[in-house]
Design a protein around this ligand. Structure first.
Ligand SMILES: [Zn+2]
Length: 284
């Protein structure tokens, strides 16, 4: 028996309407249903595993698990919180990208592109981004990620214009995320609020902005909920020793990653996919 932190992203109830992003998120296997999460939890509990908060998790030897939800989607408020209540799980954690809480800030560039692909074709999207034609969605998404990783608000505005995404649609895209009051409410219910950066950029890609991202997002969330923020979740799981040094300098105590590095502060996570946990090699 080991200990694991499970990482979830979008959570969609199959009976409800399907989100505008589903094509890409489903391709990336980052959409799960609440039924899958419930099965994951029951699977572990039936084997004697116990759900604990992150501070207890760090000190436990084995047989504990922790649920973490990334990216601050509104799904987490509408679908996950009621599910956690039903499952009597009180200390799950939620990682928030702070720029999406601000109404005057545009959606993340990847959202614009995902929306465009979901409503048209990959071919036309790549053409409009001036990227070479690519048959494989996975390879195209990698190129798109590199392109969008360091976009400024001005560039994002130009991107939305190029993709012909009007202001009503931009509003719709932003509705996919939590609002400030949702984050406050999560904190009040005892859930752990983690920072996921200001803009969700890969912190290792251009290090000169990274400390600022770590510090500003931490202060923003602390001001919002009136509590210290101790946990940082690496966007795309990317980090290196320099980024870890910045995390310590900014005052983070725990970092959520995908791959661990043996450092007890850095918790590796299991990517919980729509296939369900029972097939996962980490459990055995
Ligand atoms: Zn993320």
């Amino acid at each position: 028996m080991k200990k694991i932190v499970l990482m979830y992203h979008r959570v969609e109830d199959g009976n409800k309407k399907v989100s505008n992003f589903s094509t890409i998120y489903k391709f990336k296997r980052t959409v799960v249903s609440p039924q899958i999460i419930q099965r994951d939890v029951e699977f572990l509990r039936n084997r004697g595993w116990l759900h604990v908060g992150l501070s207890d998790f760090k000190h436990a030897e084995k047989g504990v698990f922790h649920l973490s939800f990334d990216d601050g989607y509104i799904d987490h408020i509408e679908t996950v919180v009621p599910l956690l209540r039903k499952l009597k799980i009180k200390q799950a954690s939620f990682s928030i990208t702070t720029s999406v809480l601000e109404n005057n800030v545009l959606p993340l560039p990847l959202d614009l592109i995902y929306f465009h692909i979901s409503h048209g074709s990959l071919k036309t999207t790549l053409r409009q981004l001036n990227l070479p034609e690519e048959q494989k969605l996975s390879r195209a998404l990698e190129k798109i990620k590199i392109l969008t990783n360091e976009m400024t608000p001005r560039e994002i505005r130009i991107l939305s214009k190029n993709l012909k995404i009007d202001s009503a649609t931009l509003k719709e895209i932003k509705k996919q995320y939590m609002r400030k009051e949702d984050v406050v409410s999560l904190a009040e219910q005892g859930f752990e609020i983690c920072s996921h950066g200001v803009t969700h950029r890969d912190l290792t890609a251009n290090v000169k902005y990274s400390y600022k991202e770590l510090k500003e997002s931490k202060e923003y969330l602390a001001n919002l909920i009136g509590e210290q923020i101790n946990v940082f979740s690496f966007p795309d799981g990317q980090y290196n020793t320099e980024i870890l040094r910045f995390c310590n300098k900014a005052g983070y105590k725990t970092m959520l990653a995908i791959e661990g590095n043996g450092d007890s502060q850095v918790l590796p996570r299991v990517f919980a996919t729509s296939e369900g946990l029972w097939q996962n090699k980490f459990i055995n």
